[in-house]
Design a protein around this ligand. Sequence first.
Ligand code: ADP
Ligand code: MG
Length: 287
Amino acid sequence: MIKLPAIVTFANQKGGVGKTTLCVLFAHYLVSKGLRVHVVDCDPQRSILRRRSADVERYGDGNIPFDVSRGKTSTKGELAELLKAIFSDSTHDVTLLDTPGNVITGLSQYLISNAHMLVVPFHYDKTTLSSTSTFIICLDHLKRSMGARMKSRLYLVPNLHDSRVGTRKELQLWDEARETYSRYGTVTPKVPRVADMERFSTVMNFDQQAKYVTPAFDKLYLDIFDTLDPYRKTESQEAEQKTPDTPTLVEVAHELAKMAPMNDAVSIDTETEKETTEKTTTDENNE
Ligand SMILES: Nc1ncnc2c1ncn2[C@@H]1O[C@H](COP(=O)(O)OP(=O)(O)O)[C@@H](O)[C@H]1O
Ligand SMILES: [Mg+2]
């Protein structure tokens, strides 16, 4: 169990592996578990912020699931301010950081060392495996040099998986990579390459995307909360639960019938009714 507020950083020096996509989808996943989520876009390309503006124009701002803000990290001062703001933020339970590729070098490494969880999406192909491996080695160096100050746990997410491609030799290489990576961190279940994933939204959580990422995200969530139960019920889950709790008239009648024979029930009702009538009459007479 990780103490809240938690910081989860999405990083990999390789671009195009799904950092931004998985960051947004994980935000939706956490919201569906009742968490208050803040996404900080630290990539100078501002893909999430731009997507949020487009989404608000399209869907309106009436039902925003999580906050998105800009994370400035180009100077020491900016970085310190950002981290201070995140650590002292009591209005969110989890902060997700989406980072650019060069995160391991320069100041941005603090976005990694200060995170509780480091999520590294990768892809089973030669170039991605090669740069992801270099990235993992750099992380390992960072961890050794920082010692206990670096608390982040490493999670590797095989993304863009297509079970139809790959020669026998490649498949073997991928299995080996999975095994090697497991020595450095937790390798989650795979996220398949599906066209539906390309049109993610920062406002709408589409089922056709959510179902593909759930196995991988369940693994991350379990490690934060030790359970898959929602952290707190969302408004719609609460509303759903209330409905079956309120018995229908037919259910009440059935329950009453089970409790006492019909005649008794009638006589009780009659007595009560008689009493009420008598009382009303007496009250009227007294007036
Ligand atoms: N599982 C997936 N299936 C299909 N397309 C994906 C998947 N994950 C990411 N993509 C696409 O791959 C491209 C790169 O993803 P992105 O999240 O921008 O990567 P990064 O942030 O690492 O550069 C985007 O066009 C995105 O829509
Ligand atoms: Mg990105």
